[in-house]
Design a protein around this ligand. Structure first.
Ligand code: SAM
Length: 290
């Protein structure tokens, strides 16, 4: 291990970031409830953050430059969601294993694959944190994971190396996301804005992989989306989102409804938007410095 002392610091910083980021630490959902949340999200995911493809294009461009896309390459996408990366990898690799704990997300992804005539995706419904390396069918030439809250500490990150025989690509937020209405929603639900300490910022994973002796490259993709919904649909989505903290009773739901109704556009619809940056980190798992 190259920088043993720094590695301990990097681990502690990630744990600290997660516990100080109230977005994560106040969550009360059980693992099953988290999976149910993603199942419900699966139908709307592609109309929010799923609309901005720049982060996917940038990752593919970098992997291409590094020569990762051999015709016999086998890839693993961890937390594959509705297939943002899986479907693109499938055009460039022999086989893509798409692992996600949400059957709903996998259903949406496989329907898209069928429509596009893509036949080389193997869905694996599993929890990345619970699965062991030898439960996977093989090692992989490309191991990718993007915006996956299932990778949130040293063990779940380093497992990517253990199942890789080539490149790893990990994408996570860089800095704070600016959302048009989330701070106002937080004030309604919690009486204040939640403290954001960057618990899932790319810096934590970068520090760990670097400290282990790999040479990760890091690039940044802008990510912007806007979603327009009927007021009731928006209200259901916001209540589902904040339901993870267990605070949405009838009174809070009513206040959220009032907020949404007083912020409709001229067509009577509610618009939410977000601007953020995604950090994309790529390293060669075979290239470990002494
Ligand atoms: C924000 S979505 C990201 C989807 C896709 N990778 C992307 O970049 O658009 C997070 C995905 O990770 C999955 N996920 C969360 N925790 C997981 C875990 N422990 N094991 C496997 N998948 C997980 C969720 O079900 C969801 O599909």
């Amino acid at each position: 291990m190259r920088f043993q002392q720094y590695l301990c610091f990097a681990n502690d910083q990630w744990d600290l970031g997660m516990s100080e980021s109230e977005h994560f630490s106040l969550e009360k959902s059980t693992e099953n409830e988290k999976t149910a949340f993603w199942d419900e999200m699966s139908l709307s995911y592609d109309f929010g953050i799923g609309t901005d493809l720049r982060r996917i294009n940038l990752a593919m461009e970098r992997l291409e430059k590094l020569g990762a896309f051999r015709s016999d390459a086998v890839a693993l996408d961890i937390g594959s969601g509705t297939g943002a990366y899986t479907l693109t990898l499938a055009e460039r690799c022999r086989t893509v294993y798409a692992l996600d704990s949400s059957a709903g997300m996998q259903k949406v992804m496989m329907e898209k694959a069928e429509k596009q005539g893509i036949k080389n995706i193997v869905p694996l419904c599993a929890d990345w944190r619970a699965i062991s390396e030898n439960e996977l069918p093989q090692t992989f030439d490309i191991v990718l994971s993007s915006l996956n809250t299932g990778i949130c500490n040293y063990d779940s990150l380093v497992k990517m190396n253990a199942v890789s025989r080539g490149f790893c690509c990990y994408a996570a937020p860089h800095g704070k996301a600016l959302h048009s209405s989330r701070p106002d929603f937080q004030k309604i639900v919690f009486g204040r804005e939640l403290h954001a300490a960057g618990g899932n910022d790319i810096i934590h994973a970068f520090n760990i992989i670097y400290s282990l002796g790999y040479q990760p490259e890091l690039t940044y993709a802008p990510c912007e989306w806007s979603r327009t919904q009927a007021p009731e649909e928006a209200l259901d989505a916001v209540c589902r989102d904040f339901g993870r903290y267990g605070n949405v009773d009838d009174g809070v739901r009513e206040k959220l409804r009032e907020y949404i109704m007083s912020h409709l556009n001229e067509e009577g619809l509610f618009v939410q938007s977000q601007k953020s940056t995604v950090g994309i980190m790529i390293w060669d798992s075979r290239n470990l410095l002494d």
